[in-house]
Design a protein around this ligand. Structure first.
Ligand code: ACM
Length: 558
């Protein structure tokens, strides 16, 4: 048995090489002597279109400093120079767009801070970097005392490596309150993520209000009880907690979260699972299922055999659901799941078998391919793009689909070779429900696996086997937080942090600028203090360098 304390001692924390502790590490940082000091009644100058961002910057800076800031909008940026008092300026500079719409530059001099962005999104990212240049107390929500709000003089030029920098959250297995979802989005923004994948429906619950089908939430939103402890094959001895669990977001809640994310330049990608992982929907409306039999909302974990019927009426039902979903989520992408759709019920269903025959399909996988293609063309007709887990490849890929590769990287490779876009989400590198230590006894119960911080950091979303042209189809990557064994927000934080910070760097920072020791130093010297101030219950990064795993590979699947 290796003593974890000894392991802590073996982690030597160096100072970050440019003594700038921004995560994700920027493309280019040049340190200059001196600093800019925030003070009371300081001006923030901006243009009219960036006024909301200036207000947001003030909202970030005011609580901890206790200072007042005056936002003034200029008609032209050239009015800036010549002002005697220190100020912060925000502006769009389209010349930065050579590095993409999210590029920004941040210049800190003794008297002036200027954040330029290729677009407003770039300015927003620059503001996040500015927050991280300040002492960590800036993240407190009440005046933090005599901190001395110095920002080191620096020139930063920065832009992301990937356009899809995602984090997922399963709010089905355990419901997460709207307030926490918004906190999560705030944290995504701080580390420059730009996609929030909201896993809203599954076997264990339906968490989004659909006006036309109220039973989806009144029935499907609640399970009578939940399995206690780890899922096992010994179902006869399973113990349940006798506690009703559930909840859902009203359409007003959803609009609020989507707007909250949009102000942080984060697109929310809703996931509505079909044809599998649909037991909660079938519990609400048994006619959606493939057997016609009633079933309750699932009370344990693992993969359910309940699958939607490939009937016209079920597909019409799901299209009506998606119509309301599209009204709530203005983003381009709608995720329709597609993973782990067990075909037993389709094999026994006369309707499903008739479909296979009439359509001259090869098998049930091809029937799922047909189902997905119907939904794909429905979404495409409304200007949206279907995203699905990599099982959507198994029965023939729909024309417009984006593949989210979770069973390793092969799905992403196959999609890119077929000319489809892909998001890399392989379990071995991006599943933050996996253990963070090889010593499982020292950790809260997790689903399995072993994914320490340095493994996340080492992951490169672009598979080496792709040609440069094919590699352009890799939109980016995403971290997953499935919540079977994550009962509440604090545990989400424990599982996601600091692995999310490591992933942010994978998705933003050029490979040549990545260095685990430097990342670790930024994490340990500054970032954990930020997380403390933000009341995020991260797992201690000192403990993250772990003994080798015990007892084999763990789960690849959740
Ligand atoms: C998945 O983890 N079943 C996508």
């Amino acid at each position: 048995m290796i003593n974890p304390l000894l392991l802590v001692l073996t982690v030597t924390i160096q100072a970050p090489t440019d003594s700038i502790a921004i995560i994700p590490r920027p493309v280019s940082v040049t340190r200059h002597p001196g600093s800019f000091v925030l003070r009371d009644r300081m001006n923030v100058l901006t243009t009219e279109d960036l006024r909301p961002l200036a207000d947001q910057l003030v909202a970030y800076l005011r609580p901890a400093t206790g200072y007042e800031f005056f936002v003034s909008t200029l008609t032209t940026p050239s009015q800036e120079p010549g002002r005697a008092t220190p100020f912060i300026a925000l502006r769009v500079d389209s010349s930065l767009a050579v590095h993409g719409p999210e590029a920004y530059s941040l210049t800190v001099n003794v008297g002036i801070v200027v954040i330029r962005g290729a677009t407003a999104a770039g300015v927003f990212h620059g503001i996040q970097s500015l927050r991280q240049l300040l002492p960590p107390e800036i993240f407190r929500k009440a005046p933090a005392g005599n901190v001395g709000w110095a920002i080191p003089c620096v020139t930063i030029d920065d832009w992301p490596r990937f356009g899809w920098r995602g984090m997922h959250l399963d709010v089905v297995r355990h419901f997460m309150p709207k307030e926490f979802v918004e906190k999560y989005i705030d944290l995504l923004a701080l580390y420059k993520f730009n996609r929030f994948h909201w896993h809203l429906t599954d076997d264990q619950g339906w968490r989004i209000e659909i006006k036309r089908y109220p039973k989806l939430t009144s029935v499907g939103g609640w399970r009578a009880q939940t399995l206690v402890g780890k899922q096992s094959d010994d179902t006869a001895h399973a113990v349940y907690d006798s506690t009703r669990h559930g909840g859902f977001y009203t359409q007003e809640d959803i609009r609020e979260v989507v707007a909250y994310a949009a102000r942080r330049f984060i697109t929310v990608v809703p996931e509505i699972e079909m044809p599998g992982h649909a037991q909660a929907a079938i519990s609400a409306y048994p006619e959606l299922g493939s057997t016609g039999q009633p079933v309750k909302v699932k009370e344990d974990w693992g993969v359910s055999e309940w699958i939607l019927s490939p009937s016209d009426s079920t597909i019409a039902f799901m299209e009506n659901v998606l119509t309301e979903v599209m009204d709530l989520f203005p983003g381009k992408w709608i995720h329709t799941g597609g993973d782990e759709a067990v075909k037993t019920q389709w094999k026994a269903s006369p309707l499903a078998q008739q479909r296979i025959k009439t359509l001259e399909l090869k098998n049930e996988d091809a029937l799922q391919g047909w189902f997905t293609a119907r939904v794909d063309s429905f979404l495409a007709a409304h200007g949206r793009t279907l995203v699905g887990w990599d099982e959507i490849l198994d029965g023939g890929l729909s024309p417009n689909a984006v593949v989210m590769s979770w069973r390793g990287i092969d799905g992403g490779i196959a999609a890119a070779r077929a000319g489809h876009d892909a998001v890399m989400a392989p379990g071995d590198y991006t599943y933050f429900d996996h253990y963070q230590s090889g010593d499982r006894d020292s950790e809260p119960t997790a689903i399995g696996g072993f994914l320490p911080l340095d493994s996340v950091y080492a992951y490169d979303p672009v598979p080496a086997s792709l040609t440069p042209d094919q590699a352009l189809h890799i939109l980016g990557g995403q971290g997953q937080v499935w919540t079977e064994y994550i009962p509440d927000p604090k545990r989400v934080e424990y599982m996601a942090f600091p692995r999310m910070e490591a992933l942010s760097e994978v998705l933003w920072t050029p490979r040549a600028r990545m260095d685990f020791a430097d990342f670790f130093a930024r994490l340990a010297t500054a970032d954990v203090a930020r997380l403390d101030a933000l009341d995020v219950r991260y797992r201690s990064p000192a403990l993250t360098v772990s003994p080798p795993r015990r007892g084999g590979q763990g789960h690849r699947n959740r």
